[in-house]
Write a protein that binds this ligand. Sequence first.
Ligand code: G3P
Ligand code: MG
Length: 287
Amino acid sequence: MNSNSDAAPLLQGWPYPTLFAHRGGGKLAPENTLAAMKCGYAHGYGAVEFDVKLSADNIAILLHDDTVDRTTDGEGLATQFSVAELEKLDAGAWHGAAYEGERIPRFSAVAKYLHGLGLMANVEIKPSPGREAETGKLVAELCQELWRDRLVKPLITSFSVDALRAARRVSPQALLAPMGLLVDIPDESQLDLLQSLECVSLHCHHAKLTAEHVRFFHHHGFHVLTYTVNEVDQLAALLAIGVDGIFTDNLEVMAKRFAAQLHDSGRDMQDEQVLDIDWLGVPPPMP
Ligand code: G3P
Ligand code: MG
């Protein structure tokens, strides 16, 4: 968390810890599955990041790529599968035999699972090409509904400006979950876009991020988060320049080395775990 004495109002009330488990379980579990979320939790993380897009029949599901090829036993564009077809695919075996039978989860199921584990979320809207606005709208509506009774809302992000614009139209900043803009290379020219989208954060690749960028965006009231940091020295250097959030695939090493950053939001708002035993009684496999 930055310590600018003249920090703008948006920097207040940030509820998230510094470290986020990327795609739920980093490289230790099949990405964007319930098993991945459980893996992030089991390694001590307080927050997870994951990617959401729509099935052909407009159900929000977790998947990173445009196609199902890399992370399931199926082939083809995700946007051409109904949710029932997506749910038949094996989304775990590609990662290892221990995860055989793991499924592509619905966003609604993941939200419930995270509530049960007491995990915070960064919901990345990852639209299939051509579906940016409808995905942004639906995911924002679902975030409102699924986190309605939770104090800590998910942080909604996207590389797609059209998706973020549609999400913003769902509700004004005060009512919707906070939003962040994803970019590759940070640049001061992105300030206008951050302001017009009423974002609270800029998320960029770590390679080109400098202390000057962090100071600039902090000065203008925006948090700065960076992905995907898997080397200890790099992560330490990014903390030293004051970044507010870091996404990592290297769950085990980073949790040990940076244990203080797993739950360091210092917030006074804390959701209770739902402890839905029926739901949690059938945990996905652990390695
Ligand atoms: O949000 C950080 C990171 O997830 C963005 O890149 O491609 O891993 O979704 P990607
Ligand atoms: Mg992502």
